[in-house]
Design a protein around this ligand. Structure first.
Ligand code: SF4
Ligand code: SF4
Length: 111
């Protein structure tokens, strides 16, 4: 099992999650983060830290698509272990439907 970053991270990217992960398994895209499923030790510490409630255990149903996206982009995006400021408009995007269309495959800057 692993934890998975899902749709509501897109354009929120608060980054509270990265500072608590004991194995530094978050990877940064331009407008969301992902978890490397083979590196995550399933500790669950990050889940309650996410203000956007975007982190879910993969035991929840319907997350196959997001698990695939996390696995794919964790291989190509840079590692991120240090929390930076969230985007200025993060609050405006929190909870908005249809954010999947705004997903960017571009990498973030990493640490
Ligand atoms: S805390 Fe939540 S919204 Fe912020 S980067 Fe982590 S998963 Fe995304
Ligand atoms: S569940 Fe634990 S190991 Fe996995 S991403 Fe969250 S903090 Fe890191």
């Amino acid at each position: 099992m692993t934890y998975v970053v899902t749709e509501n991270c897109i354009r929120c990217k608060y980054m509270d999650c990265v500072s608590v992960c004991p194995v530094d398994c978050f990877y940064e895209g331009e407008n969301m983060l992902v978890i490397h499923p083979d590196e995550c030790i399933d500790c669950g510490v990050c889940e309650p830290e996410c203000p956007a409630e975007a982190i879910k255990p993969d035991t929840e149903s319907g997350l196959e698509k997001w698990l695939g996206l996390n696995a794919e982009y964790a291989k190509v995006w840079p590692n991120i272990t240090i929390k930076r400021d969230a985007p200025d408009d993060a609050k405006d995007w929190d909870g908005k439907p249809g954010k999947e269309e705004l997903f960017s495959a571009e990498p973030g800057t990493g640490d």
